[in-house]
Design a protein around this ligand. Structure first.
Ligand code: DAH
Length: 330
């Protein structure tokens, strides 16, 4: 009996304890052997003998259970200690974050213009018809409204289709001179390789008292800006139409992929369209109550800039949140 007790007490691991369990409580174990002796015990003593054995068995079982708990607690403590994480330690496999290419490109654009004393303005993404269309010389039923597939709310308000409404808001709350850019998200019902329902634009507006500014200023600043963004490229202004500017132009740069020789990205034209711009239409000034002023404006898509700068083929990949894309911009 004392031997059995000691073999339980001396166990240090669950494995050892299991071995002891078989030796003592197993079918061919020590206890079974003791109970087998019952057969040869004379009749009158059988009962007392059996009671004594049962008591000893119960005592051994209690010891065994206690030991089991003790070892389990010890092993848990050991594991917790060995698996403890030192959160103050630097990991060797660190995943560094990176600015999203759209944000990074937007920052670069903003930096260029703020360095020239432009201030940064913003406006609401849920706009009304007046600021998004009407005041920008896009009256109801104007065919140019079709160019912008608008998300409407049931009360007639809408998600802004461009950042141009910030022009209107800025002019209406102040007076010339104005020199602003307005970066932000815009929304259109469109989805394919080069269109997503949400994207970003940067709008620019310069207004001076009298006839101080015109197309020449616009041309100079945008040419310099595009050289800053894309390096040594050709810049050309191509006559175009926007309701809020007159004259209007679209601005192309020589293709940065084929250096103007013609390739798939530039549809073999040698040119990439990157901006819309023009001299502010008198109707816009009239809508905001401005008299005797002159100005120019421009608008550009940030994703398009980011895609060209980083040579990203599919616009949609910018919004899929795939960490493998971002890891390339560390
Ligand atoms: N709002 C135009 C668009 O979303 C871009 C634009 C073109 C803005 C010419 C302007 C501008 O301010 O003068 O396509």
């Amino acid at each position: 009996m004392e031997n059995m007790k000691n073999s339980i007490i001396n166990c240090a691991t669950l494995d050892e304890l299991e071995k002891v369990r078989v030796e003592i409580f197993g079918k061919k174990g020590a206890l079974a052997a003791e109970f087998a002796k019952l057969k040869s015990v004379p009749g009158p003593e059988k009962k007392a003998f059996a009671e004594g054995l049962n008591k000893q068995k119960a005592e051994l079982q209690r010891l065994f259970d206690e030991k089991m708990e003790e070892i389990k607690a010890l092993e848990l403590a050991k594991r917790l200690k060995s698996e403890a994480i030192d959160v103050s330690l630097y990991s060797s496999i660190s995943h560094k974050g990176a600015l999203h290419p759209v944000k990074d490109t937007m920052d670069r654009i903003v930096d260029y213009f703020t360095a020239l004393n432009f201030s940064v303005e913003s406006g609401p993404m849920a706009e009304d018809d007046f600021h998004n269309f009407e005041a920008l010389n896009l009256p109801k039923n104007h065919p140019a409204r079709d160019m912008q597939d608008t998300f409407y709310f049931s009360d007639g308000s809408l998600l802004r289709t461009h950042t141009s409404p910030v022009q209107i808001r800025t002019m209406m709350k102040g007076e010339a001179p104005i020199r602003i850019i307005a970066p932000g998200a815009v929304f259109r019902r469109d989805y394919d390789l080069t269109h997503t329902p949400m994207f970003h634009q940067v709008e620019g507006l310069v207004v001076e008292k009298g006839d101080k500014v015109g197309f020449a200023h616009l041309k100079w600043i945008l040419t310099d800006f595009l050289h800053e963004m894309f390096g040594d490229v050709e810049v050309r202004f191509r006559p175009s139409f926007f309701p809020f500017t007159e004259p209007s132009a679209e601005v192309d740069i020589s293709c940065i992929f084929c250096e103007g020789k013609g390739c798939r990205v530039c549809s073999h034209t040698g040119w990439l369209e990157v901006l819309g711009c023009g001299v502010v239409d008198p109707n816009v000034f009239e809508a905001v109550g401005y008299k005797d002023v002159s100005g120019y404006a421009f608008g550009l898509g940030v994703e398009r800039f980011a895609m060209l700068i980083h040579k990203i083929p599919d616009l949609r990949s910018l919004f899929e949140g795939d960490i493998r894309l971002l890891e390339q911009f560390r």
